[in-house]
Design a protein around this ligand. Structure first.
Ligand code: UDP
Length: 451
């Protein structure tokens, strides 16, 4: 039998925000650990502010004169122009007979990257940093009308998904006018299905079984998740502890010391991820709700959000809470003191909580978060969702009572039991021979076999 040379070079191109960088850096490390040469492509403002701490993957950074735009929507277009101008040069620079560049693993949100890959003679693998359920929703949206087909009903029924109300749908399909570039990309994501050579999802088969079964009737997708540093799924793997490219500086020592001094299951961890912004009124309700709950809490308030905290809250809350600008989230979720995750339901945070067996209180903000919350509460049954008033605000009473339900009541015991079950299933998926492990192996075989 002809021997397949296993020397190959894969480029990985995440959209440069934290929630996309984390799983794609981790995926890069998985590939590198199996003998592939991997180069991660990012932009100077990121690689210079926080150097990558990995010796297994290389970074190729694109210089830029102007700072990236603040608005997420404009950032997408800006990134598109920058990568289009520079990718050819990068591929030429990396030319190496022994390890030829063969594949571009691109962020599924950058739908345009598949054309760039093909123009350069590379295969393109779309990496989805969101759930498979999201793809089913986007697949069914009409790109012309940009509307959700409710047909006069209050719920929408889509194959393989639970009935969805408006509050469960991704924000871009309901508020497409607010984020025109994003909405355009979201509605054009089916381009990936048609044109990409591979479709890789940061999910695992049993987690979204019906959804994945349905997608597989249409397209050949590979589930390769949960892509989180393996040490958290297997404590023997001490070296793989971080994603490796953090855009924020975590307050490790303070957080861990504080948690060490708390009793098992007594702390609520609160975070809204790297992008979501709460209004001032909502910050005040949340702050008061945390105090009312009487639970201990560790709250990540990014530096840019700190000015929205009520006056002197940090010093008033000292007895019960610790407020930091960023934390080592995986270490926090894995800490025995943490009994509940009050979360915005970003896809990484959702997977991390499931993989570490932590029940959640869901307070989704935008993007895919409402749909993730629906699955957390109704499908996986590992969390509760706070109810908003008509003006959209979640009151302090609602915050406090949801937390008490998870931390102190019977319902919380059931949620914890389910969370532990998902933790085990996540581990099985990535363990040797598990569904995601096998899919990564298969992907690599195909990459190695490319001419
Ligand atoms: N994260 C972290 N420290 C924090 C808050 C978040 O390390 O204090 C990480 C978290 O572990 C996750 C990522 O940042 O991997 C956030 O991604 P997610 O998809 O949950 O939310 P996004 O930031 O994209 O809204």
């Amino acid at each position: 039998m002809e021997e397949i040379p296993n020397k190959s070079h894969v480029l990985v191109l995440p959209f440069p925000v934290q929630g996309h960088i984390n799983p794609m850096v981790q995926f890069s490390k998985r590939l590198a650990s199996r003998g592939v040469k991997v180069t991660l492509i990012t932009i100077d403002s990121i690689s210079k502010s926080m150097p990558m701490n990995s010796n297994t993957i290389k970074i190729e950074s694109i210089p830029h004169d102007e700072a990236p735009p603040d608005s997420y929507d404009n950032f997408l277009e800006w990134f598109h122009v920058l990568v289009s101008k520079n990718l050819r040069q990068i591929v030429e620079k990396l030319y190496d007979l022994e390890y030829p560049v063969k594949v571009l693993v691109f962020d599924s949100i950058t739908t345009w990257a598949i054309d760039l890959a093909h123009q350069l003679g590379l295969k393109g693998a779309a990496f989805f940093t969101q759930s498979c359920a999201l793809s089913v929703i986007y697949y069914h949206m009409d790109p012309e009308k940009r509307k959700v087909p409710f047909d006069g009903n209050s719920v929408i029924e889509l194959p393989s998904l639970p009935l969805l109300e408006k509050k469960d749908l991704p924000s871009f399909v309901c508020q497409s006018d607010l984020y025109p570039s994003l909405a355009k990309l979201v509605f054009s994501r089916n381009i990936n299905f048609k044109n990409a050579d591979w479709l890789l999802y940061n999910s695992f088969d049993v987690l979204e079984k019906e959804v994945i079964d349905w997608i597989r009737t249409q397209y050949r997708i590979k589930t390769i998740g949960p892509i989180i540093p393996s040490m958290y799924l297997d404590k023997r793997l001490k070296d793989d502890k971080e994603y490796g490219l953090s855009l924020f500086k975590p307050n490790n020592e303070t957080c861990m010391k504080w948690l060490d001094s708390r009793e098992i299951g007594s702390v609520v961890y609160v975070s809204f991820g790297s992008l979501a912004n709460l209004g001032e009124q909502q910050m005040e309700e949340l702050a008061s709700g945390l105090m009312m709950s009487n639970c201990y809490f560790l709250w990540v308030v990014r530096a840019t959000e700190e000015n929205k905290l009520p006056n002197e809250f940090i010093s008033k809350a000292k007895e019960k809470g610790l407020i930091v600008n960023w934390c080592p989230q995986l270490d926090v979720l894995a800490h025995q003191a943490v009994g509940c995750f009050f979360t915005h339901c970003g896809w990484n945070s959702t997977l991390e909580a499931l993989s570490l067996g932590v029940p959640m209180v869901a307070m989704p903000q935008w993007s895919d978060q409402p749909t993730n919350a629906k699955f957390i509460c109704d499908v996986w049954q590992t969390g509760l969702r706070v109810k908003a008033r008509e003006n959209g605000v979640i009151t302090r009473e609602e915050v406090a009572s949801s937390l008490r339900e998870v931390m102190e009541e019977e319902k919380g015991v059931m949620l914890k039991k389910n969370a532990i079950k998902w933790k085990q299933l996540a581990k099985e998926a990535v363990d040797e021979g598990g569904s995601s492990d096998k899919n990564i192996e298969e992907f690599l075989k195909l990459v190695f076999a490319l001419d």
